[in-house]
Design a protein around this ligand. Structure first.
Ligand SMILES: [Zn+2]
Length: 86
């Protein structure tokens, strides 16, 4: 990993920057207003960095909503499964 004069962590790919962004939001309980908001490609080191500046990355909003929906779907699916077993 190359050093960057911004002193931020550099991610070599967009995907790893996005997963770091999501991870940071998991730690803050998906509070979309706190922590890093987006990723950008750095013109200095040509790696990706996280930024706390808005607008927030669409993946964060998607993740916040799909998370609770997915949990509900999972509960539904599992309870149906158990019904079928009986
Ligand atoms: Zn950089």
């Amino acid at each position: 990993m190359r050093n960057c004069s911004t002193k931020k962590i550099g991610y070599s790919s967009e995907n790893s920057a996005i997963s770091a962004l999501l991870e940071a939001h998991q730690k803050s309980n998906f509070n979309t207003n706190s922590g890093p908001q987006n990723i950008y490609k750095c013109s200095i080191c040509e790696q990706y960095h996280l930024t706390s500046r808005k607008p927030s990355h669409p993946v964060l909003k998607q993740n916040a909503t799909s998370m609770s929906e997915r949990t509900q779907n999972d509960i539904q699916r599992w309870s149906n499964k158990f019904k079928n077993i009986k």
